[in-house]
Write a protein of this length. Structure first.
Length: 121
């Protein structure tokens, strides 16, 4: 049976990474025009139990996913800031992914608002 419960340390490091990555995005320490021009929100950071890998879930206002590739190319900028500001033994290997939860929530909302479904509620 797989253990899905995260430790307190994983959650704490995930929150610290989320704030730090958001700060780097806001400050605009990028050479890439595409990343600088896109309004990006970091929604969640999932950290592995050994704290060596972190998946960063991001979303943009215009729901375009083309900036993810650029973020993954420039992840060394984030790793450099993490190494400077967080006291971790290992700097986690970052991978950026688009967060689909908002799209999924909108899809469910549309289904629930259909007249056929409203009749049953």
């Amino acid at each position: 049976m797989k253990k899905n419960i995260k430790s307190q340390r994983q959650l704490r490091v995930g929150q610290q990474l989320k704030h730090l990555i958001s700060e780097v995005i806001i400050m605009g320490d990028f050479q890439s025009e595409k990343v600088r021009e896109t309004l990006i929100t970091v929604t969640e950071v999932n950290v592995s139990p050994d704290l060596k890998k972190a998946t960063v879930f991001v979303v943009s206002r215009d729901n375009k996913k083309n900036f993810i590739k650029n973020l993954n190319k420039k992840k060394f900028v984030f790793k450099k800031e993490i190494a400077k500001k967080l006291n971790l033994r290992f700097v986690p290997n970052l991978s950026f992914s688009f967060d689909n939860t908002f799209e999924y929530a909108n899809k469910i909302e549309k289904i629930l608002n259909e007249p056929k479904v409203l009749k049953d509620l």
